[in-house]
Write a new protein. Structure first.
Length: 131
């Protein structure tokens, strides 16, 4: 992949990672409210906990540059859930536009990965040099 594209993917990875980490921490910090919100849309408390773990873990993984593709897939699935279960009735503007944008970014990263300044890339290069 060319260098300019890798810089763009790095920017996308960092933006998605920071946003998802922040949202996950916010949900975790007010877990009772998060569970109540999930209950309000007919979803079990377990799904609230799973969402928090995916958002925090996936966000951290993207920031660090490890497990980029699987993290992006899981984060994309949470955005599909947010759109379908919570945001769709509000329409595009002021409704599902933000999770749709995050879903699109998740799809890009799931399809391409992102190697620039990624811990996984450092490990891969180290292993190649070791052999």
């Amino acid at each position: 992949m060319n260098k300019r594209m890798e810089w763009g993917l790095l920017a996308g990875r960092m933006v998605l990672g920071v946003i998802m980490l922040a949202h996950g921490l916010q949900k975790a910090g007010a877990i009772d409210n998060t569970i109540a919100t999930f209950d309000k849309i007919g979803q079990p408390a377990l799904l609230a906990y799973i969402t928090v773990l995916i958002e925090i873990g996936g966000g951290l993984a993207l920031i660090l540059g490890i497990f980029v593709v699987p993290s992006s897939i899981l984060l994309g699935l949470t955005m599909i859930g947010a759109i379908v279960l919570a945001k769709l009735p509000a329409g595009l503007i002021g409704g599902f536009e933000f999770p749709l944008s995050l879903l699109a970014l998740s799809i890009v990263l799931a399809a391409t990965g992102s190697r620039k300044l990624a811990i996984s890339e450092v490990i891969t290069k180290y292993r190649k040099n070791e052999n």
